[in-house]
Design a protein around this ligand. Structure first.
Ligand code: CP
Length: 312
């Protein structure tokens, strides 16, 4: 297979295992490209991409922009804070105005779940979801799984634990869909108030005890507490959260130094969900995730642009 089954990347839920394999195969090639002295290929030389961010971002925004530039695309960046959205313009009008300037593809982060699905029905270009509220963050899940595949090979039967604020996390949902499509078993751990009630209907078991969950897993993906999405208090204090669900070297050593891969999508709250000795330690692949993000996003953009030529 050399083409994706979809015109947009709106989420992981609606793409196939073949799509994921094709993205990974293409990303393998791009990872080789970005490690060359000349990190650029002309693949998207005639394509213009708009990065539209209605929410803050460091990693995703920079990673997409770098991916686009490495592919030789023309890039424009748009932040909602300094735009006419502030004057009451609708999302569809905003995007159609950008497309009128001959833009070919839109990468968007938006606080509303489903904003990308809605947009994809009303505009004539490929849409890439760079995060929609607490719903999906498909390229994060792809780069996470790609990074795990580099360490563990085939993910069939691998035990992946997602820890923390599952309720508000688009990373958790996209990771669950992606890892399950790749044959891994996913479980979650965190305060009961931060675990969605429907989670077991997705085939995801809840492990209330963090230490037992660590003994079970091959990989622990430590999520940030998303205080910006919490309108009520879900646990007494950050200190108590950290005591129950924070990962430290002491805790890892107390389970007989089991080999666990530690992931975090960023941004990290050091000392809350993860201590610095873990974040910067030998088990952590956090910066590999960031590095792989560029290659994976290059693959997604390249494939959505309909490119099938050999990458050179
Ligand atoms: N992982 C992630 O989405 O980080 P940013 O919010 O910085 O893009």
């Amino acid at each position: 297979m050399s083409k994706l089954s979809t015109k947009h990347l709106l989420g992981i839920k609606n793409i196939t295992r073949d799509d994921i394999d094709l993205i990974f195969k293409t990303a393998d090639n791009f990872k080789e490209v970005i490690n060359r002295p000349i990190k650029k290929v002309p693949s998207l030389r005639d394509i213009t991409i708009a990065n539209i961010f209605f929410e803050n971002s460091t990693r995703t925004k920079l990673s997409f922009e770098l991916a686009e530039k490495r592919l030789s695309a023309d890039v424009i960046n748009f932040s909602a804070g300094s735009s006419s959205v502030k004057k009451g313009e609708t999302l569809i009008d905003t995007v159609n105005n950008i497309l009128a300037m001959k833009v070919d593809m839109v990468v968007m982060r938006h606080p509303n779940p489903g904003a990308h699905v809605f947009l994809s029905k009303h505009v004539k270009c490929a849409i890439v979801n760079a995060g929609d509220g607490a719903h999906e963050h498909p390229t994060q899940a792809l780069l996470d799984a790609f990074s795990l595949r580099e360490r563990l090979g085939d993910l069939t039967g691998k035990k992946i634990l997602i820890v923390g604020d599952i309720l508000h996390s688009r990373v958790a949902l996209s990771n669950i869909f992606c890892l399950q499509k790749l044959g891994a078993e996913v479980r979650v751990c965190g305060p009961a108030t931060l675990i969605p009630k429907h989670i077991e209907s997705l085939g995801v078991k809840v492990m209330p005890n963090f230490k037992e969950a660590l003994v079970w897993c091959d990989v622990a993906n430590m999520l940030r507490i998303q205080l910006e999405r919490q309108d009520i208090q879900y646990f007494p204090t950050l200190r108590e959260y950290s005591m129950q669900y924070g990962l430290s070297n002491d805790l890892l050593e107390s389970i007989d130094k089991k080999e666990i891969i530690i992931m975090h999508p960023g941004p990290i709250n050091r000392g809350v969900e993860i201590t610095s000795d873990i974040a910067d330690g030998q088990h952590s692949i956090i910066l590999n995730q960031v590095e792989n993000g560029v290659a994976v996003r290059m693959a997604v953009l390249y494939l959505l642009a309909g490119q099938t030529n050999t990458i050179s």
